[in-house]
Design a protein around this ligand. Structure first.
Ligand code: C5P
Ligand code: MG
Length: 207
């Protein structure tokens, strides 16, 4: 496989890859909307939250470490999350592109992602940022908690801490990509179909 990657690098094939970040606070609809974008553009969907939950479900050492943060609504340390993300991307050398959901959640994660993509001759196409008000988030996550099986969706204090962590550590990732002219705010209120249509328009205009 390495030889294929080398050829792609030499001929710059990866510059045409679509690399989307689906951004926004917890409960803003990233996972829901990622499914539509995957169908429309044939992208690989990588949700770091889902990867952590898979590890937690299998009670692996990574899962145990992640659980100690996720159960409080805190962020898993950057080095752990970045390593896991790179592993997952490397499992798909022939992908047309990726949609990153729930990553990057900090500036160091954004810098690491940019560096990693650059080393593969690629770069972020755009960051799509779903905007949703705090009370709507709490309402949505509590509702999701009825069926998601996620302990962090059931407790309002943990939900509110996740929102606080988003504002404190994650929101600035929007500014980071905005400075590069790559951040697109998308109204995340309304029906799932309305939001999907807004995202499709935004992606269509940016690729
Ligand atoms: O993205 P999602 O909301 O599914 O993530 C669930 C939890 O996983 C977050 O609240 C956080 O504790 C952890 N996480 C993280 N760093 C990421 C993605 C998720 O710490 N980049
Ligand atoms: Mg999600």
């Amino acid at each position: 496989m390495w030889i294929l990657n080398l050829i792609k690098r030499i001929f710059g094939k990866n510059t045409s890859m679509i690399q989307l970040i689906l951004f926004g606070p917890p409960g803003s609809g990233k996972g829901t909307q990622a499914k539509f974008l995957v169908e429309s553009y044939g992208l690989i969907h990588i949700s770091t939250g889902d990867l952590f939950r898979y590890e937690m479900g299998n009670d692996t050492p990574l899962g145990k470490e992640a659980k100690s943060y996720i159960s409080k609504g805190e962020l898993v340390p950057d080095s752990v999350t970045i390593g896991m993300l790179k592993n997952k991307v490397n499992q798909h050398p022939d992908a047309k592109g990726f949609i990153y959901d729930g990553f990057p959640r900090t500036i160091p994660q954004a810098e690491a992602l940019d560096e990693f993509l650059a080393s593969n001759g690629s770069s972020i196409t755009s960051l799509l940022s779903l905007t949703v008000g705090d009370e709507e988030i709490v309402h949505r996550i509590k509702q999701r908690g009825q069926t998601s099986g996620r302990a962090d969706d059931l407790n309002e204090d943990i939900i509110r801490n996740r929102i606080a962590v988003y504002k404190e550590n994650t929101a600035e990732v929007f500014d980071y990509y905005n400075a590069k002219g790559k951040a697109l705010p998308i109204d995340g209120m309304g029906t799932i179909d309305d939001i999907a249509a807004r995202l499709k328009d935004a992606v269509g205009n940016s690729i």
